[in-house]
Ligand binder design. Sequence first.
Ligand code: MF3
Ligand code: CO
Ligand code: CO
Length: 310
Amino acid sequence: MTTVVRANDLCWCGSGRKYKRCHKDSAERVRPGQQSPTRPVPPAIARPDYAESGRPVLTSEPLVKDAATIEAMRRAGRLAAEVLAVTAAAIAPGVTTDQLDRVCHRACLDRGAYPSPLNYHGYPKSVCTSVNEVICHGIPDSRPLRDGDIVNIDVTVFIDGVHGDTNATYPVGLIDPDSARLITVTAECLELGIQAVRPGRPVSDIGRAIQARAEAEGFGVVRNFVGHGIGRVFHNGLAIPHYYDPSATTIMEPGMTFTIEPMITMGSWQASMWPDGWTAVTADGGRTAQFEHMMVVTDQGADVLTRPPV
Ligand code: MF3
Ligand code: CO
Ligand code: CO
């Protein structure tokens, strides 16, 4: 006979606390699995400057791009969105995050693109896969996705000398209603952030809009990770906070390119880091979701370069 331990039962450890307040979270937390060997990139594919050493040579660039760079970024953005769709189509209970990495890696090479995460500051894989309480930068490994998980897939491609960066969070099988609401609200937060993009306004407008929506739902906004200026450089120093930060005074200008990528938490927004130095998790173990688009500021607002293929 098997005994089902319910959330409100007393914990099996004898603490006298409810199971859900005691060992339930630690039992269900994501743990690191085994990583597969490095996936090779054929020499015919052009690499970013950090591909061999792990260290970017170029770390800053003009925030406002010329027309040719924007056109290259439009193509990179479209390819990133395609690769994200292809990778997400492989999500299913039992599929490992390493299998998602293999699909993403192949989809990048098929399009003549380098998977930007690979060896960026030493990152070992071609995509980030962040499950449940993992905020961002989860490293694909041998852990099979489970029915009821949520998983973020963050794809960045490098082609024609520029990066295209986009991510989304997906359900695995059937998920609980609170996780579904977290995903829906996080997607709305990204859209509200995009709607706040306006030339002549400070970038702090973006986080203000996002934070208002998230907190109205009782959710938190991660502060340790922010959106970023992007182009020939993956992260060029321009920071786009997703909460209201009055010190984010950079004025948006037509031709400026950046990402908005809010990470929204069910519980506290405080983060902690796995010993691998990459995997950021919520300190309280609560679930978190993220969506990301890359855009260029126009005379009217934002032109999103990473809309999903129809
Ligand atoms: N794609 C992530 C972002 O949105 C960055 C990943 S860096 C990596 O900024 F090294 F973890 F891949
Ligand atoms: Co990204
Ligand atoms: Co990004």
